[in-house]
Design a protein. Structure first.
Lengths: 344, 280
């Protein structure tokens, strides 16, 4: 459109204005039609159930007779009792401690491994595509299949399980009992050891579940870091080399600054992943032995669905609300960052 | 030639450590694959002691006949249905989010985006009664039910990724078409669908992998005859049953479709993943 236009009569200006607001209105109407299908599905199968979960967490009910908005006559209001009961349940704290272990160890291992791998790959000149493929492909494997695959690897019989066979061959299998720490190789999925902290026991068997998850998830880190590293020019590194910079300085002053943003992304996404972890625990140990590898997501599922005849629906709902609130509050800065990028 | 690659010692350390890591990364899949192509008795003496003559595809045939065929079919029905619906509804909505103005736009965008971090557990518990109310709890209608839930939960990703692709389309194209009298639907069909094709493909792949790999929703919402392969694997997996041959064959079948899709369309996928992630 021309910036400078010929003077127009007020008549013309008014009619132009009218069509512009008319266009605006029809654009808005079109916009509603465009978003309608998605928003309708979203409201019906996300917002509505989420509202139901939140509301039903204040009532006592079981899955045989679920809480319903439409039947106020059957409501058994218990206030915040479900929340209080959840927070005073030892099973909840066992699961919370294990989930916390996931929250700390998983992001660290994912970040450490994928950072190391992507920097190594960045240095290579041959076989780059091959290496990247090897580390990225497990990303496409479901966590259910990952659990199955790693159960084979972990088989305690050194004639069957490849990990124990390897340790036997290299004489690396050992057990230590050192102060509050007990650790032994061999029975990866039933008894890897424990750290007594006084107020809580850290069950090391959780590590046997974290490792497969890291294996499956590291590819995401490799992709993210590799994308960050493409902005680092090999010429710059070469120039630094000529000036006598050591490899360690290169990593510190050239690579890490380029990786700050990918680092945040990988950490945030892996923390979210760790708090929601369910599949791998369900397939590999079902939270056992005893409650050693129980996590919040699995505890919730068991409360809601494994014992249908007990009125634990409200407890499970309270747990779901607590988990979601933790993620929304903790992840709010991340969500804000995503929405700030929102188009227009 | 990179800095480290230039001196010989550095190159040996570099390629040595990368090869060791690669090997460690490949062992789990190799284990599952070898167990799936060896007779069960041989597996119990260590799959690494195999002889070439023992390799067999019989485990796959048996697994297929012992129920995996229906799990695989269910996986495809659910995944293709969910990806198609999410893509159509998501692309329509993304056009509005990227190029049109309407009320509550930012608020609804924020709500959609929350699905990227909120755990699926927040909707899981009331879904079964809700399905009963809607008549989606039995027979093939269960497919529709879980497809709708997957669509609702994929909505955030869809709008996030697809609208960033649509926003990259030059304004001039839309303006020129509008001068020619094109309606919004024309703009969508002629410009958006065609020019955001890389975005569509990469989102379809990501969503395919996501839905194909879902365990929790399927486990909770579907009955035995409509469960996908992930649930099938969880059902088969039990340390007390000596059926590693069947389980491993099932695991390989579960791995293959997303892997092939990814391998063929690697380029699209990576680009799509970073449309929103890293750049910007």
């Amino acid at each position: 459109m021309r910036a400078v236009s010929a003077p127009t009569t007020s008549e013309q200006a008014r009619s132009a204005g009218r069509t512009r607001t008319g266009a605006k209105r029809s654009e808005r109407r079109a916009a509603y039609l465009f978003v309608l299908p998605l928003v309708a599905i979203f409201a019906g199968f996300y917002l509505w159930p989420a509202f139901n979960t939140a509301a039903s967490s204040f009532f006592r009910w079981g899955l045989l007779q679920p809480w319903k908005v439409t039947t106020p006559g059957q409501w058994d209001f218990v206030g915040v009792h479900n929340y209080a009961a959840t927070l005073s349940d030892p099973d909840f704290w066992t699961a919370a401690v294990n989930t916390l272990l996931w929250l700390v160890v998983f992001p660290l291992l994912v970040t450490g491994f994928s950072l190391l791998i992507s920097i190594l790959i960045w240095y290579t000149s041959l076989g780059r595509g091959f290496f990247r493929t090897v580390f990225v492909l497990p990303m496409t494997i479901s966590l259910a299949a990952t659990g199955v695959i790693w159960s084979f690897v972990y088989n305690p019989d050194p004639d069957v399980g490849v990990l124990n066979a390897f340790l036997k061959l290299t004489h690396l299998n050992f057990s230590v009992h050192w102060g509050p720490i007990r650790f032994q190789t061999g029975e990866w999925l039933s008894n890897l050891g424990v750290i007594h902290l006084g107020f809580a026991d850290l069950r090391l068997t959780n590590l046997s579940l974290i490792v497969p998850a890291v294996w499956a998830f590291a590819g995401f880190g490799v992709i993210t870091f590799t994308a960050g590293l493409t902005s680092v020019s090999h010429d710059l590194v070469e120039a630094a080399r000529v000036d006598g910079a050591r490899a360690r300085d290169l990593v510190r002053y050239v690579l890490l600054p380029a990786l700050r943003r990918p680092l945040v992304i990988v950490l945030v996404i892996s923390v979210i992943f760790a708090l929601r972890v369910f599949d791998i625990v369900f397939v590999m140990t079902q939270g056992g032995p005893a409650q050693d590898t129980q996590v919040l997501a699995l505890l919730l599922w068991q409360q809601a669905f494994a014992f249908i005849d007990s009125p634990q629906g409200g407890l499970a709902a309270a747990l779901a609300v607590l988990m979601s609130l933790t993620l929304i509050v903790g992840g709010y800065p991340y969500l804000r960052a995503l929405t700030r990028r929102s188009p227009r | 030639m990179s800095a480290l690659g230039r001196n010989r010692g550095g190159a040996i350390v570099l390629y040595g450590s990368l090869s060791a890591l690669s090997l460690a990364w490949l062992v789990p899949v190799a284990t599952a694959f070898m167990i799936s192509v060896l007779p069960l008795e041989q597996t119990h003496n260590g799959w690494w002691n195999f002889h070439l003559g023992e390799l067999t595809y019989r485990n796959y045939v048996r697994a297929w006949h012992q129920g995996l065929s229906s799990y695989v079919a269910n996986s495809f029905v659910i995944t293709i249905g969910a990806v198609a619906l999410t893509l159509v509804a998501g692309l329509l909505a993304s056009y509005a989010f990227a190029r049109l103005t309407f009320r509550l736009k930012h608020f609804s965008y924020f709500l959609l985006i929350t699905t990227m971090i909120v755990p699926v557990q927040i909707i899981l518990i009331p879904l079964l009664p809700w399905f009963r109310t809607l008549g989606l709890q039995s027979g093939p209608r269960q497919y529709l039910g879980i497809i709708l839930v997957h669509t609702a939960f994929g909505a955030g990703w869809a709008v996030f990724m697809l609208s960033s692709f649509i926003a990259d389309i030059p304004d001039e194209l839309f303006e020129a078409a509008q001068v020619d009298g094109a309606s919004q639907l024309d703009l969508f069909r002629r410009i958006v669908v065609r020019l955001s094709l890389p975005g569509i493909v990469s989102f379809a792949i990501i969503d395919f992998i996501f839905v194909w790999n879902d365990l929790l929703l399927a486990l909770t919402l579907l009955d035995r005859d409509h469960q996908p392969l992930t649930v099938g694997l969880a059902n088969l997996q039990s340390p007390h049953l000596a059926q590693e041959d069947i389980v491993s064959a099932g695991a390989m079948m579960a791995i293959l479709p997303p892997l092939l899709l990814f391998a063929f369309l690697n380029r699209f996928y990576v680009r799509g993943l970073f449309a929103g992630g890293v750049k910007g």
